[in-house]
Design a protein around this ligand. Structure first.
Ligand code: NAD
Length: 453
């Protein structure tokens, strides 16, 4: 099928490259000229495992452009995958969705087209996008009426395993009551739903994946489903973090508690790793958006609110623990291991590392930072943050009073801990993800401090 993807960020690019690999003819469209120029050269502007390799394989089926007319007019399916960042009142900023929808209306072709809201958008956005397209269509002077349908198809991929999640999703959700649109999207996703494609060698099909459930829903339910999913996950993490706070006070170990409750199938072990809290582009903004929507309908969303409060506390907890141990923070030197909001990505949106670095700087601490992939991006995106960026972990540790593990990059597990301990002023490590091998660190001479254990 002929597909246009508006927005070639984490979601749009992953979706576009995956659909091209499956044999669809895809055009990736973005207003960011530099991004498009890089993609045209075969470069990937973000860090996402295997995306470059997959783009190479999919290359004959995908092109990139900044030209709306060229991308939209021939498309049978148009995905809107632009950003929806938070406004100060918690509502999502829909400026980019508005621009995309207007662009679609101005350039839709004569064939029936399915316009897919893949961006995470608040309830009512299906109708709103439809109206914007219809209004833009009215301004056109070219002849025949154009037929289209707006469908909600929320995205559940996780950065860092985005391609895996696209090829082997737990489910595909399509929100529409228009049979033609459903049929077209069913055909588009058929290779994924039926798992009939040949997997790329670097993304083998997991043994347990035989077919993928298709969940059809009305547009509003599909829209709310995405917010409910993210809010639930945020609540789950904040729940175990709250238990971690109590565990620490009563002398229990939250990692043992998480294991014990996680094996209960009704609870499940994922998202029960206590630590310094969630970050990233989605949980913060989507919980805020859900609360803002509920407010319009007279609801408080107490549980979701509480998850945000606990999450903010976790970031402070790290700094308070450091102060408790070091007594005086002013004049100390602290190294942060990891900047990205989670491993296997260079995404820095709402990264806990930024909050922690700022809190430490405010208290007069000299801050050094390291990340395996996000250093350059951090220097670009946080130009005013007065920290020392270190290419090597050895430089980070030099004369430090403490290290804080912020991002659980797997390579941090096997650092040359003995050497690092010798370079530090005092070998203290605060494991903000309860991720490191506590005994190994103690043997290497570190004072190990976790969260909630
Ligand atoms: P992103 O910021 O990485 O990418 C958005 C892209 O859209 C950018 O390249 C930007 O230049 C482009 N853009 C903005 N306005 C445009 C316009 N008018 N026309 C064409 N391109 C335009 O964002 P993302 O992380 O890919 O997220 C996109 C949406 O998907 C958001 O609503 C987000 O909530 C949702 N989502 C994200 C994730 C995730 O893990 N990142 C997961 C699920 C859902």
């Amino acid at each position: 099928m002929r597909v246009a993807i508006i927005g070639t960020g984490y979601v749009g690019l992953t979706t576009g490259v995956a659909l091209a690999y499956l044999g669809h003819q895809v055009v990736g469209l973005d207003v960011d000229r530099e991004k498009i120029a890089r993609l045209q050269r075969g470069e990937i502007p973000i860090y996402e495992p295997h995306l470059a390799e997959l783009l190479h394989l999919a290359r004959p089926n995908i092109t990139f452009t900044t030209d709306y007319a060229a991308a939209i007019a021939p498309a049978q399916v148009v995905f809107i995958a632009v950003g929806t960042p938070s406004l100060p009142d918690g509502n999502p900023d829909l400026t980019y969705v508005r621009q995309a929808a207007q662009g679609v209306g101005l350039h839709l072709g004569q064939e029936f087209t399915v316009v897919v809201n893949k961006s995470t958008v608040p309830i009512g956005s299906g109708n709103w996008v439809e109206t914007l397209i219809a209004e833009a269509l009215k301004t056109r002077t070219d002849a025949a009426p154009v037929q289209f349908a707006v469908v909600s198809n929320p995205e559940f991929l996780r950065e860092g395993s985005a391609l895996h999640d696209t090829f082997y999703p737990d489910r595909v959700v399509i929100g529409t009551q228009e049979p033609r649109a459903l049929e077209i999207l069913h055909t588009l996703y058929q290779p994924i739903l039926e798992q009939s494609f040949t997997p790329p060698s670097f993304l083998p099909r997991p043994a347990e994946v035989a077919a993928v459930p298709l969940i059809t829903a009305d547009v509003t339910s599909a829209e709310l489903m995405k917010y409910a999913a993210n809010a639930f996950l945020a609540v789950k993490i904040s729940f175990i973090n709250e238990i971690a706070q109590l565990a620490e006070r009563v002398g229990a170990d939250v990692t043992q508690i998480a294991r014990g409750i996680g094996l209960d199938k009704r609870i499940g072990s994922q998202f029960l790793q206590a630590g310094l809290g969630w970050g990233g582009s989605c949980f913060g903004k989507d919980t805020a958006a859900l609360i803002a929507t509920a407010r319009d309908y007279g609801l408080g969303m107490a549980i979701v609110q509480a998850s945000r409060v606990v999450n903010a506390q976790q970031r402070q907890w790290v700094v308070e623990k450091l102060r408790h141990i070091l007594k005086i923070l002013k004049g100390r030197r602290v190294g942060l291991l990891g900047l990205a909001f989670k491993p296997h990505t260079d995404d820095l949106r709402d990264a806990p590392a930024l909050d922690i670095a700022q809190q430490l700087l405010e208290r007069g601490v000299g801050v050094r930072v390291h990340d395996p992939v996000a250093l350059a991006r951090a220097q670009r995106e946080w130009p005013k943050l007065d920290v020392h960026y270190c290419e090597a972990v050895e430089t980070l540790a030099q004369d430090c009073d403490a290290l804080v593990l912020v991002t659980d990059w797997p390579q941090y597990r096997n650092l040359p801990w003995e050497d690092l301990a010798k370079q530090m002023r005092s070998p203290l490590i605060l494991d903000g993800r309860n991720f490191l091998d506590r005994e190994r660190l103690r043997r290497a001479g570190f004072t190990y401090v976790g969260l909630g254990r």
